[in-house]
Ligand binder design. Structure first.
Ligand code: TYM
Length: 328
C-alpha cells in the first residue's frame, strides 16, 4: 500500500471548514487505499508564541476532532509530532541542505511575518523545512493538503532530490494530493481570500455553536446580483457557498444551480446553514466524548507515535549513516 502523510496545526483549537474540505476529508478517504500517518504538528505551532496550557489543551482537542471526523486509529497512525523526535532531528539535517534564498522565497513566511504582531522567530523561517522532514521521514507517496501548501510541497521535493543526488537515493519524492474543487475555501466575509484561522470573521469553525455558523453563513458576503450561478471570478461569494454546499452534500454544483433556479441568495444561505448544522452536530458530540476521557485519548496518541517511530527511526538511521555520522 502506498503511504500517505499529512499534518495540521493545533493552534486554533477548533479546525475550520477550509481545513476540513481542503484537507481532512481527504485524510479520511485515503485511509481506504493507503498506509496513513497523520500528525498534530505541535513543533510547528510554537513557531509563533503559544500559551503552554492552551497549546496542550488544543493538541488534545485537535486529536479529538481528527478522530471525530473519521480518522481510524486502528488503520492509521495518529500522533503528535513532538512525540516522534525524528522530526526535529531530520529537520536539522534538511536545514543544512536548504539555501537561505530558497527559504526566503516561501510566500507563507512572507505573509505570516508581515502580519506578525510580535517578534518573528527563526523557527517561522525554517518552518517549511521541518514540514519537509515530516513528509520525507515516512517516504510518503502522497500528501493531502490544500492549495496553500503547494509551495511547501515543492520545497520538499527539491530537498529530497538534492539529498538523493548528493548522498545516494534515500527519499521518495512525494506528490501533493490536492483536490481541485475544494483546494481553496474562501472567507465568508472576504471571498477573495482564503478562509484562515488568523482572520476570525468569515471563518466557520467546527467547534463553535452551529447556530453561530448558520448565522455567519446567512451573512456571508455575496454580490448585488440575484442569480445563483457558479462564476468564481464575478461571483466569488456565491461560488464559494456552492462549492461548500456541494462538498458537504455530495451533490454537484450544476445540480445545485439547477435546483436553486429562481430562488434567492437568502434561500441558498439558509439551506447551507442547515446542511452544515446537520454535518457538524454529530461531529461535535463525538469530540465531546473523546475529550471526556483524556487518558484514553493519550493512549491512542501513544500507540500512534509508536507506529510512526518505527518508520521514522529507520529513515533517520539511513540519513545519519549517509551524511557520515559515526554510528552511535
Ligand atoms: P494548517 O494547519 O494551516 O492547515 C491544515 C490543512 O488545511 C488546509 N487548509 C485549507 N484548505 C482549503 N481551503 C482553506 N481555506 C484552507 N485553510 C487550510 C491546509 O492546506 C492544510 O492541508 N504547514 C501545514 C501543516 C503541516 C503539514 C506537514 C502538512 C506541517 N507538516 C506535513 C502536510 C504535511 C499547515 O500549517 O497546515
Amino acid at each position: 500500500r502506498p503511504r500517505v502523510l499529512s499534518g495540521i496545526q493545533p493552534t486554533a483549537g477548533s479546525f475550520h471548514l477550509g481545513n476540513y474540505l481542503g484537507a481532512l476529508r481527504q485524510w479520511v478517504a485515503l485511509q481506504d487505499t493507503h498506509e496513513a500517518f497523520y500528525c498534530v504538528v505541535d513543533l510547528h505551532a510554537i513557531t509563533v508564541e503559544q500559551d503552554p496550557k492552551v497549546l496542550r489543551a488544543n493538541t488534545r482537542v485537535s486529536a479529538a476532532q481528527l478522530l471525530a471526523l473519521g480518522i481510524d486509529p486502528e488503520r492509521s497512525a495518529l500522533f503528535v509530532q513532538s512525540h516522534v523526535p525524528e522530526h526535529a532531528q531530520l529537520g536539522w539535517v534538511m536545514q543544512c541542505l536548504t539555501g537561505f534564498g530558497e527559504a526566503s522565497r516561501m510566500t507563507q513566511f512572507k505573509d505570516k511575518s508581515a502580519r506578525a504582531e510580535s517578534a518573528i522567530g527563526v523557527g517561522l523561517f525554517t518552518y517549511p523545512i521541518l514540514q519537509a522532514a515530516d513528509i520525507l521521514l515516512y517516504q510518503a507517496h502522497h500528501v493531502p493538503v490544500g492549495e496553500d501548501q503547494r509551495q511547501h510541497l515543492e520545497l520538499t521535493r527539491d530537498l529530497a532530490q538534492r539529498f538523493n543526488s548528493r548522498f545516494g537515493k534515500t527519499f521518495r519524492l512525494p506528490e501533493p494530493h490536492i483536490v481541485k474543487d475544494t483546494a481553496k475555501i474562501f472567507d465568508l466575509q472576504d471571498p477573495t481570500s482564503k478562509m484562515s484561522k488568523s482572520v476570525p470573521a468569515g471563518v466557520v469553525e467546527l467547534l463553535e455553536d452551529p447556530k453561530r455558523s448558520a448565522k455567519k453563513i446567512r451573512s456571508a458576503v455575496t454580490d448585488t446580483g440575484r442569480e445563483i450561478v457558479y462564476d468564481p471570478e464575478n461571483k466569488a461569494g456565491v461560488s464559494n457557498l456552492l462549492v461548500i454546499y456541494s462538498a458537504l452534500t455530495g451533490r454537484s454544483v450544476d445540480e445545485l444551480v439547477a435546483d436553486y433556479d429562481g430562488k434567492g441568495y437568502g434561500d441558498l444561505k439558509k439551506d447551507l446553514g442547515e446542511v452544515f448544522t446537520e454535518f457538524v452536530t454529530p461531529v461535535q458530540a463525538k469530540v465531546a466524548e473523546y475529550l471526556a476521557d483524556p487518558a484514553e485519548l493519550d493512549k491512542v496518541l501513544a500507540r500512534g507515535s509508536e507506529r510512526a517511530r518505527e518508520v521514522a527511526s529507520r529513515t533517520l538511521a539511513r540519513v545519519y549513516e549517509k551524511v557520515g555520522f559515526l554510528a552511535g
